[in-house]
Design a binder for this molecule. Structure first.
Ligand SMILES: NC(=O)c1ccc[n+]([C@@H]2O[C@H](COP(=O)([O-])OP(=O)(O)OC[C@H]3O[C@@H](n4cnc5c(N)ncnc54)[C@H](OP(=O)(O)O)[C@@H]3O)[C@@H](O)[C@H]2O)c1
Length: 306
C-alpha cells in the first residue's frame, strides 16, 4: 500500500513508519521541516509542508491508499491560553486541511486512520468505558471530540474513516516512559495524588499491530479504543515500574495540590484518568501481545531478564 503520514517524525510515527516499511508499504512522511541530518530509510519519501496551512503538500495526498494522521503539538506542558490554542489548532486545522486534500480522489479506495485519545471521554472514576461512552466536557475532551468530527468529514468523500482513541503509549525511546523512568531510576518514583486514578495504556508493538489490523480490515470503521485490555490504577503502575526497574517506590505520594500548583490545569491529566476498554478491537478478534502492565514494562525496560 502507499501510505501518507502526518506527524510521522514523532514518537508514534517513527516506530509506525519503521514497521510499515518492514511490511513492504511505501510511506510518504509530511514534515514541517526536512532535516538534512535525518536518515530516511528505504521505502520512505519526505514531503515538506505545514499541515496547519493549505499548500502544495495537499496535492500528494490523493495518490495514497491509506492516510495516517498523527500531527499535533505536545500536551505535556503547562497550559497557557496560547498553548491551549496550539494544542487545538495543531490537531483540528491540520485534520481539516488533510480531509480537504482527500476530496479530489479519482474513485480510488482510501482509508483515513486518524489519531484521537482516550481523553475524549473526560475524567471518570472506576466505571469501564467503551466506544459508546459519550465525550467528556473538559478541555482535552473537547479537543478530541472536534478532532474526530474533523476527520469524520472525509466519509462524505467516500473515505473509510477509522479513529484511534490512543491510551498512553508505552514505548522505548520517548513518550510517557521517557519522562517517568528517569524519576524512578533516581529512586524518586511514587504514586501521584490518591494513586486511585485509572491509567489506560498501550504497548507500542500492540499499537503498531492495531494500525496494521485496521488498515487490512476494510469492513471496520469509526472509533476504536487503542488501549490494553487491563488498564491499571496509578498506584499499580507505580508498583510495577518499581519492580521492573529494581527501585523500591518508598517515597510518599506526591500531593495533588502540589501537582496542580506546578502543572496548572494539565495536572488533572496526571491526577485523574479513565478506565477504558478496547471493546471493539476485542469483538473484531484482535489479540493483544501485551495485555498486562508488568509484562509490558518488563518487555520494554528490562528485556534481557525475561
Ligand atoms: N504518545 C501518546 O502517549 C499519545 C497518547 C494519546 C494520543 N496521542 C496523539 O497521537 C499523536 C502522535 O503522538 P506522538 O506521541 O507521536 O507525538 P509527538 O512525538 O509529539 O509527534 C507529533 C508530530 O506532530 C507534528 N507536530 C508537532 N507540533 C505541530 C504543530 N504545531 N503543527 C503541526 N504538526 C505538528 C511533528 O511533526 P513535524 O515536526 O515533523 O512536522 C511531530 O513529529 C499526537 O497527536 C498525540 O496527541 C499520543
Amino acid at each position: 500500500m502507499r501510505v501518507f503520514v502526518t506527524g510521522g517524525t514523532g514518537f508514534v510515527g517513527s516506530m509506525l513508519t519503521e514497521s510499515l516499511v518492514k511490511k513492504g508499504h511505501a510511506v510518504t512522511l509530511l514534515t514541517r521541516k526536512i532535516k538534512k541530518s535525518r536518515v530516511v530509510p528505504q521505502g520512505v519519501s519526505m514531503v515538506e509542508g505545514d499541515p496547519g496551512k493549505p499548500g502544495s503538500w495537499q496535492e500528494k495526498v490523493p495518490d495514497h491508499d491509506a492516510v495516517i494522521n498523527l500531527a499535533g503539538a505536545s500536551i505535556f506542558r503547562r497550559w497557557t491560553h496560547a498553548e491551549k490554542r496550539l494544542i487545538r489548532d495543531s490537531r483540528i486545522q491540520t485534520t481539516t486541511h488533510l480531509v480537504k486534500a482527500l476530496e479530489n480522489r479519482s474513485g480510488m479506495k482510501t482509508t483515513l486512520l486518524s489519531a484521537s485519545a482516550v481523553g475524549y471521554y473526560g475524567f471518570h472514576g472506576d466505571e469501564a468505558l467503551n466506544e459508546d461512552t459519550p465525550p467528556g466536557k473538559d478541555f482535552l475532551a473537547g479537543v478530541a471530540r472536534d478532532w474526530e468530527v474533523a476527520a469524520s468529514e472525509a466519509t462524505a468523500f467516500g473515505v473509510r474513516v477509522v479513529l484511534f482513541r490512543f491510551g498512553i503509549v508505552l514505548g522505548s525511546g520517548g513518550g510517557a516512559l521517557g519522562e517517568i523512568v528517569p524519576i524512578f531510576k533516581k529512586g524518586l518514583g511514587s504514586p501521584l495524588g490518591s494513586g486511585e486514578q485509572w491509567f489506560s495504556w498501550i504497548h507500542q508493538t500492540d499499537l503498531v499491530r492495531i494500525f496494521l489490523f485496521l488498515m487490512e480490515h476494510e469492513d471496520l470503521f469509526g472509533p476504536f479504543n487503542c488501549t490494553a485490555p487491563e488498564p491499571v490504577q496509578n498506584k499499580e503502575l507505580t508498583k510495577a515500574l518499581a519492580k521492573v526497574l529494581g527501585r523500591p517506590a518508598i517515597m510518599p505520594p506526591v500531593p495533588g495540590f502540589l501537582i496542580r500548583m506546578v502543572k496548572g490545569e494539565f495536572g488533572n491529566v496526571l491526577l485523574k484518568g479513565q478506565k477504558v476498554m478496547p471493546e471493539k478491537l476485542l469483538n473484531a478478534g484482535f489479540q493483544f501481545q501485551h495485555p498486562s502492565i508488568l509484562a509490558a514494562l518488563q518487555d520494554l525496560l528490562n528485556p534481557v531478564s525475561q
